[in-house]
Design a protein around this ligand. Structure first.
Ligand code: URA
Length: 460
């Protein structure tokens, strides 16, 4: 029997080194006991230490990445399960592709639960300001379900790089001093401050994005389980907002855009700030920055493109490259002032392939559109535009939650469940690419814009 003691519950490097050595020596899963330093050893924990050295073998990257995530799960069997899967992969390199296999399914489910927990931590950590030796530090309390604190904290270091902050959790605390992350022991709820002025900002933000017309308590609980509510200032408002939803909806309809303007601007700024650190899909890894929407938050007209291009990615502004210039020309011909409209994209990071020094646009896939819908829904919830114009299939897919054929939906209004109308036309870059009837296609695009302008006047 071999005994492996890992340095921490999420010690992937330790697990990998031990698992490689054991697997290359052909040690069976039942012959290994795993434990974490400082924890009680179970009955099966052995006494042997190092296995005899065997020949190294290749391991697919997909497995390593799955194992690195799944190891953060709180299931005490995770080390043994991952080791059993590693042995399987050694003899059947494509084992991970068998989605019906119970072991593969169990490990995938563990990784999924971990990813979800990381997402929850990113979304629900709320910092509170404290004075510390004359300086300000932001402190948050969080109770994760799995051992995710290390895996999740890089996000906060990138996003709050200029702040000094600490996140306290029962198992581990992490601290950022503006330059480096350090770790400390776990803490208790009482070690974190309770209330502070930052809460007022969150409450304003939350109250202004809360749309009673879309109230779905079940969905809300699923996305934001009640266990997180106690640490989130805005949830103090939830009962009140839910109770007053009907009356509020009626009042909201009557409220003029100018009155809601200042709340909307604060909310929009908060969302844009949050989107800067977006890691909802992998596209943030290669893009220069998040390209958020731009324009007045009181605009009744919103245009949604596909995703930023090369120039937009560098400048951080939507529609400024060749497609943007053509779009501006068409808007001018249709008599629409771009400065009075809000212009954004369905996907907020540039997706590209490198060809030599060039970065070639690559179409976002359904998963990327879906991940980024979070932001466009917030933009739409804040602006509540009378008309939203989807420029091309990606934007239409994001708005309608399904793939649509442009020719089938083009040039007529589509009532949106949350209020307002959607219109669909082609993407300006289609007009740059198209070979046949380019002038006629362009004229049709301008016509679509004219109809949008007329419809807006009708609805005003
Ligand atoms: N294409 C888009 O869809 N959006 C931009 O911002 C630029 C090009």
């Amino acid at each position: 029997m071999y005994a492996v003691t890992l340095a921490a519950p999420d010690d992937f490097d330790g697990w990998r080194a031990a698992a490689r050595a054991l697997a290359s020596a052909g040690v069976a899963p039942g012959e290994v006991g795993w434990k974490v330093e400082g924890q009680e050893a179970g009955d099966l924990f052995g006494t042997g230490t190092s296995p005899p050295a065997g020949a190294p073998f290749p391991v697919p990257r997909a497995f390593l990445s799955l194992a690195e995530t799944a190891i953060c799960h709180s299931d005490p069997e995770r080390f043994a399960l991952l080791y059993a899967l590693l042995l399987r992969i050694r003899t059947t390199p494509k084992a991970l592709e068998d989605e019906a296999d119970p072991l593969v399914r169990r490990v995938e489910a563990m990784a999924k639960a971990v990813r979800r927990d990381i997402h929850k931590m990113h979304a629900f950590v709320r910092f509170r300001e404290v004075e510390e030796e004359g300086a300000v530090r932001f402190v948050a309390w969080f109770e994760p379900e799995h051992h995710i604190v290390r895996a999740a904290s890089g996000f906060f270091a990138r996003r709050f790089a200029n702040m000094r902050w600490s996140i306290l959790t029962p198992e581990l605390s992490v601290h950022w001093d503006g330059e480096a992350l350090t770790e400390g022991p776990g803490a208790a709820r009482a070690d974190a401050p309770d209330r502070d002025p930052v809460e007022a900002v969150w409450k304003t933000y939350y109250a202004s994005i809360f749309n009673p017309a879309r109230l779905k308590v079940g969905a809300m609980l699923k996305e934001m389980p009640k266990k997180y509510w106690k640490n989130m200032p805005e949830t103090a408002l939830v009962g009140q907002l839910v109770a007053g939803a009907q009356g509020r909806e009626a009042r909201m309809v009557e409220t003029s855009r100018t009155q809601i303007g200042s709340n909307a601007l604060a909310a929009w700024q908060a969302v844009r700030e949050e989107a800067r650190g977006c890691t909802r899909c992998h596209l943030f890894e290669c893009a220069t920055q998040t390209v958020f929407g731009e324009g007045p938050v009181t605009a009744p007209l919103m245009f949604v493109g596909e995703q930023p291009g090369d120039q937009e990615d560098l400048a951080g502004k939507p529609f400024i490259g060749p497609a943007g210039q053509l779009f501006d020309r068409a808007l001018g011909e249709a008599g629409i002032d771009r400065g009075q409209a809000y212009v954004t994209n369905a996907v907020k990071h540039f997706k590209f392939e490198r060809r030599g020094k060039r970065r070639i646009h690559s179409k976002p896939d359904a998963g990327e559109i879906e991940a980024c819908r979070w932001w466009i829904e917030q933009e739409r919830a804040i602006l509540r535009p009378t008309l939203t114009v989807a420029l091309g299939a990606t934007a239409a897919r994001s708005l309608f939650h399904k793939a649509v054929t442009i020719s089938a939906v083009r040039g007529r209004p589509h009532a949106m469940p949350e209020g307002g109308e959607a219109w669909v036309t082609v993407h300006p870059s289609f007009l740059l690419r198209v070979r046949d009837n380019r002038d006629a296609e362009y004229a049709r695009f301008v016509e679509d814009l004219v109809r949008v302008k007329e419809r807006l006047a009708e609805l005003a």
